[in-house]
Design a binder for this molecule. Structure first.
Ligand SMILES: Cc1cc2nc3c(=O)[nH]c(=O)nc-3n(C[C@H](O)[C@H](O)[C@H](O)COP(=O)(O)OP(=O)(O)OC[C@H]3O[C@@H](n4cnc5c(N)ncnc54)[C@H](O)[C@@H]3O)c2cc1C
Ligand code: SF4
Length: 525
């Protein structure tokens, strides 16, 4: 805490996901005239019931960053979560800080959440203290760039956005053409493991909690004791130095096989060849430019193949920038979208992992243990089930925002409500991401130890994913007919006789009834 009793020029607001010294909000920072304001607020962990992992990730990284600022002799006004006079909210505390410092202006880098931007703007309006919102330097593009892209197109497909950025930033380009003669190696990124599974997967980069993280873990275990998650295994990078080490090890040990096995899943193998960099990127411990550059260099030096490097860069330069653009283009209306009119509550087992469906229990339990699941687990297991079950997209969104260490709304909402739940009616995805249990059987070994059979849709051995897949097609048939990309799936549906259709509908209803009867033993509020 600082207690500088002098007039303040700027109060620089640093939010929990803005932990970069090169933030434009800190440009021209004068230790003699300006103060940095940081705050741990309970509401940020309860407006959706954040998992313990996610809370520790944010609080520990914030505390480490504040220490870095102190080391530079910069004035930091830092409110602790358990400050006895805490109002509980970020805006409440900022209001107090405005009274204390009477700054000429507040400065903040573009927040990652519409709700927070709104809160800061409202506070500025009610107090008369001007608010300057700078760009966030940790993206290649700014929301207005995406707006411009969107203004000239009927369909906002990621691929065209990605190609524009490859050219604009000269990434994986040779003589004005894409490296290795292709924009996209997606088709080469879909291998599954053979029956022996993944071999020699490098051990995950773990960081033993230091004293700061240990204190945060203790605080979270007592303050948020009813929230989901187990902190025994917390070992994520919470400083820039640790994040840089994770990046280096990823490039050296995992990137080569990243492309081949990007979509593959395997029992008790949560990490595989993914980078696990999303939280470090989203909290701004790493700059996406340095991550992309490191991968590109690995290609240029012959260390990693183009399929892997292009696949990885596409995720960061393409998808990451695209979902952020979509978020700011469509908020706040985006949160209201429910194209498929889904109404069911989220099944309780999403908070416990307690289900006999092995694909779901594996994906949920690793999420509760590590705050991590890779993209295909999120999209083609966790999101797939809620989509076909018919869970209300806001419930799905709130769960995804709660449980992952990398969860920030600009990244999470378009991915969950849009890409995964088709809530936006096809803005993000050209068709709903639906599949039967056979897809999961092809991409993993989960089905081998599951009591259900992915090729069966009705009866005691029926795989719920397969039952719900057909039920989804039956329920939304008329809506999907308009989509040319659904032709093959609807053709297969047309082959089912009336009796089978009714049997599937009954099996799906029975499954939902069974799942709905199980009550949540976890109190997460
Ligand atoms: C329903 C759903 C919810 C998601 N919620 C989040 C979220 O809250 N925060 C988040 O960062 N990502 C989210 N993603 C995207 C993606 O699943 C994660 O970024 C990725 O799994 C993180 O693991 P990793 O760092 O090992 O990624 P890798 O597989 O190693 O990929 C490299 C990087 O690319 C970026 N990336 C990859 N895919 C996406 C994508 N679709 N959107 C944005 N960035 C992407 C991430 O920064 C990631 O670190 C979500 C995806 C789905 C389907
Ligand atoms: S059989 Fe069905 S429920 Fe079981 S793991 Fe496979 S896809 Fe999942």
């Amino acid at each position: 805490m600082t207690d500088k009793p002098r007039s303040t020029r700027r109060l620089v607001v640093v939010l929990g996901d803005q932990l970069n010294l090169d933030s434009l909000a800190l440009e021209g920072f004068s230790p003699a005239q300006d103060v940095i304001w940081m705050c741990e607020a309970a509401q940020e962990s309860t407006h959706v019931p954040s998992s313990k992992h996610r809370i520790v990730m944010f609080l520990s990284a914030m505390r480490h960053f504040a220490m870095e600022l102190h080391d530079k002799n910069w004035s930091v006004d830092y409110t602790l979560l358990n400050d006895p006079s805490h109002s509980g909210t970020l805006v409440g505390e900022l209001g107090k800080a405005l009274k204390k410092f009477k700054p000429e202006e507040m400065v903040v880098a573009q927040p990652g959440e519409y709700r927070l931007l709104q809160g800061l703007q409202d506070l500025s309006a009610s107090t008369g203290v001007p608010l300057t919102v700078t760009h966030d330097a940790h993206f290649f593009t700014q929301p207005k760039d995406f707006e411009q892209f969107a203004s000239s197109r009927k369909q906002l497909r990621m691929e065209y956005w990605y190609r524009e950025l490859r050219e604009k930033f000269n990434i994986l380009m040779e003589d004005g053409k894409p490296s290795a003669g292709q924009w996209n190696f997606d088709a080469e990124n879909r291998k599954s493991f053979d029956k022996n599974g993944p071999v020699n997967v490098p051990s995950v980069t773990e960081f033993k909690p230091d004293q700061v993280t240990k204190e945060v873990i203790e605080l979270v275990n007592s303050y948020f004791k009813d929230h989901v998650g187990h902190l025994d295994s917390f070992s994520r990078p919470v400083t820039r130095a640790d994040a840089l080490r994770t990046l280096k090890l990823f490039i050296n040990e995992r990137l080569t096989l990243f492309g081949d096995y990007e979509d593959a899943m395997w029992t008790d193998e949560p990490w595989l060849y993914h980078s696990h960099l999303s939280a470090a990127l989203n909290l701004k411990l790493l700059n996406p430019r340095e991550v992309v550059l490191a991968a590109e260099k690995a290609y240029q030096s012959g260390q990693a193949p183009i399929e892997s490097v292009e696949g990885f860069i596409r995720q960061i330069l393409g998808w990451r920038e695209y979902v952020r653009g979509m978020y700011w283009l469509k908020m706040p209306q985006y949160l209201e979208l429910n194209h498929l009119k889904a109404t069911h509550p989220l099944p309780n087992f999403y908070w416990t992992g307690n289900t006999s469906m092995v694909c779901l229990s594996q994906s949920i339990q690793q999420t509760l243990h590590h705050g991590y699941a890779h993209h295909i687990q999120r999209l083609m297991v966790l999101g797939l089930y809620t989509l076909m079950y018919g869970v209300h997209p806001v419930e799905v969104h709130e769960w995804f925002l709660s449980v992952f260490v990398d969860a920030v709304e600009w990244a999470e909402l378009p991915n969950s409500l849009g890409m995964s739940q088709y809530g936006d009616g096809g803005l993000m995805a050209s068709k709903p991401y639906i599949a039967s249990g056979k897809y999961i059987q092809r991409m993993s070994n989960y089905c081998k130890s599951c009591p259900f059979d992915p090729s069966i849709s009705v009866g005691p051995k029926a795989c719920p994913m397969t039952t719900l897949y057909w039920d989804f097609l039956i329920t939304h048939q008329s809506l999907l007919t308009k989509n040319p990309r659904m032709g093959m799936q609807l053709k297969n549906l047309a082959r089912l006789d009336a009796e089978k259709v009714i049997a599937i509908q009954n099996a799906a209803s029975e499954h939902r009834a069974q799942v709905g009867r199980v009550k949540n033993p976890v109190n997460y509020s």
